[in-house]
Write a protein that binds this ligand. Sequence first.
Ligand SMILES: *Cc1c(COP(=O)(O)O)cnc(C)c1O
Length: 370
Amino acid sequence: MTAVPFGDLKAHVRALRPEIDAAVARVLDSGWFILGPEGEAFERELAASLDARHAVAVANGTEAIQLALEALGLAAGDEVITSPLTAAFTALAVLRAGARPVFADVDPVTLNVTPETVERALTPHTRALLPVHLYGHPVDLDPLIEMARRRGIPLVEDACQAIGARYKGRPVGALSGIGALSFYPTKNLGALGDGGAVVVNDPEIATRLRRLRNGGQSDRYRHEVAGINSRLDEMQAALLRVKLGHLSAWTDRRRALAARYEEGLRDAGVDLPVEQAYARAVYHLYVIRHPRRDALAAALKERGVGTLVHYPIPLHLQPAFAELGKRRGDFPVAEKAAGEILSIPLFPEMTDDQAEAVIRAIREVAPGLR
Ligand SMILES: *Cc1c(COP(=O)(O)O)cnc(C)c1O
């Protein structure tokens, strides 16, 4: 039996070790560790790879979302529409920006928000839309961008799981003008620590972001606004530059593994993700569905296959968001999905044998659980 872990960052680092060592040595020898040439080069290379005018590197994806909202001028009482089925950090960032998350239910197939659900969540206080490209599959963005434009409000893409994904042929991130990325180690482009970035087209907003991430300083020791400390260090920037060079090959490998799963699991008694016509997904996660999810996960564990659930508790049912006053039943599609979704192993270093082992294990156990 081939054991298949959910992820394998040791294998990931092993494959890159000489390049990583060289980048670390370069930074150590430079004697410069915060806001320097590595960070600037990374920002240029990142922006270019996503067809964005600017990238502003920050300490993590959560603060990328928070600072994007702050740079757009959101204030107390402003509502931001987002998904209840996402990393809690999406909506925590909204709270940290001083605004109020308002949830819109998701589509039963894509598990992303839709123009219809977002429309229903609009109020006179709506000041931004924050759709999430969940699992690395782009949201159907054009109708949402049009809705935001009509109302004169910004749309911020939470692209933390979707670097490299394409919507109608163009890279997500700054398609709406502004978006957030995370470089958490397990993300498709992961630092060896925390990291994040805002990609943005408007140069004035980019300037505001550069101030906000650095204590609000316009010049050294002159604090123009009340910013925070959310800088990406030179070490992480240098490592991310190494990894950015491999991202498109990793994405191709993820897509090849996803194609293999689709072929091998088509009639295996589980529901599979469906790539929409407008999308080129990057499979940050490969999420299947089964009505007896927990039993399936336990049976796979017995066969040596690691799985996780992203995410078991919709955000409106999390204690951290109790103040929003939402209840079970308010977002039925997200609630039902949260009980059925299961993320199975998919990472670039995964071998074909490992993929086959996962397929075999699911085919063995899933049909009997129906
Ligand atoms: C990872 C993630 C975040 C938060 O990013 P961090 O770098 O962990 O702060 C936000 N939104 C989504 C959808 C994510 O996957």
